[in-house]
Write a protein that binds this ligand. Structure first.
Ligand code: UFG
Length: 346
């Protein structure tokens, strides 16, 4: 019998791609999502790609009785991948209580239910944001690098949630956990059936870039060209979303097979390569043949100058590696943007 996994936030960007990869690997998936930042028809897309329709419950993880109802309705859930969270840095500064409540209560509710329903493990979506701006000697940044004070309530919820998981497991709770610290996930499924769907004006680089390329936005602003980097623009580690999705499958297998060495393990999930905003634009233009309208603008407040990951631990221990190139990731993002236009969505 296939193993049952609960994916919270499973209709979202990373959650939907991870559901596809879990189903391809033979897992049975139950999605819960409150649809605050995604649409229910993503479930149709997942079915179209994999031939299997995941179970879907429109439930808010902050609603404990409703969440418990899901564990009752689908007995035998063995693992949880917890994506459901609010994720806009700027919004979190304006609405801190909403961020603390959503992101923290939902995790606490899941952890409370795990022992009662015999769930073995949880994978938590953390972020390289916990490292802040690493000191130059710590780049590429490893999992051992010091945690810096968070720049935003959003970032703080990631740090607090990591601590909540650690404290709960160390209290003797009969569960295991893996904290995955993502770098910058980009791109879409090659089918063009699911992808990143930001609400309103995108805050992140890739959706803003592809919306500019297709003419929805007039011009992409490059936030700063006077940083201490080779071309002056900020550097990030951009990872293809399907590679990131596969890291979750590897992490889940490790927990369910009892191979984890520690009850809480932490892994960076990135490519190990830093790319500047200007390099990324150049690569986009080359691999799509589309000329992008962009201009240099002032720095964005709170931006990290440069960060990319040391991913040796995930490569060696999880046996996982990001295999897709930046060109493939950007081409898939562009393909998705064109599909949205064809479907009359954007
Ligand atoms: N950028 C631009 N113009 C834009 C948007 C972004 O030049 O219109 C630049 C930014 O200055 C930055 C890079 O593109 O240098 C990437 O910016 P994103 O907003 O796409 O991503 P961030 O690295 O700022 O933040 C992302 C997630 C956060 C998470 C963080 C670290 O959005 O949720 O990675 O994990 F906290």
């Amino acid at each position: 019998m296939s193993k049952k996994i609960l994916v919270t936030g499973g209709t979202g960007f990373i959650g939907s791609h991870t559901t596809v990869e879990l189903q391809n690997a033979g897992y049975e998936v139950v999605i819960v999502d409150n649809l605050s930042n995604s649409k229910a028809d993503v479930v149709d897309g997942i079915e179209k790609i994999t031939g299997i329709r995941p179970a879907f419950e429109e439930v808010d993880c902050c609603d404990l009785p409703a969440l418990e109802g899901v564990f009752k309705k689908y007995p035998g859930i063995q693992g949880i991948i917890h994506f459901a969270a609010s994720k806009a840095v700027g919004e979190s500064v304006e609405k801190p209580l909403m961020y603390y409540e959503n992101n923290i209560v939902s995790l606490i509710n899941l952890l409370k239910l795990m022992p009662e329903y015999g769930v073995k493990g949880i994978i938590f979506s953390s972020s390289c944001t916990v490292y802040g701006q690493p000191d130059p000697e710590n780049l590429p940044v490893t999992e051992e690098a010091p945690i810096k004070k968070a720049e935003s309530p959003y970032g703080n919820t990631k740090q607090i949630n990591e601590e909540i998981v650690q404290d709960f497991v160390h209290s003797g709770a009969p569960i295991s956990a893996i904290l995955l610290r993502y770098f910058n996930p980009i791109g879409s499924h090659p089918s063009g059936i699911i992808g990143e769907m930001p609400n309103g004006v995108p805050a992140n680089l890739i959706p803003y870039l592809t919306q500019t390329a297709i003419g929805i936005r007039p011009c992409l602003k490059v936030f700063g060209d006077d940083y201490d980097t080779p071309d002056g623009s900020c550097i990030r580690d951009y990872i293809y979303v399907l590679d990131l999705a596969k890291a979750h499958v590897a992490a889940m297998a490790r927990i369910l097979e009892g191979k984890n060495a520690d009850p809480v393990e932490i892994y960076n999930v990135g490519t190990g390569k830093g790319v500047s905003v200007l390099e990324l634009i150049n690569t986009f233009e080359k691999c799509t043949g589309v000329k992008l309208n962009y201009e240099i603008a002032p720095r964005r407040e709170g931006d990290i100058e440069k960060v990319w990951g040391n991913v040796d631990k995930a490569n060696k221990v999880l046996g996982w590696k990001a295999v897709h190139t930046l060109e493939e990731s950007l081409s898939s993002a562009w393909n998705w943007q064109k599909k949205l236009r064809e479907r009359g969505i954007m």
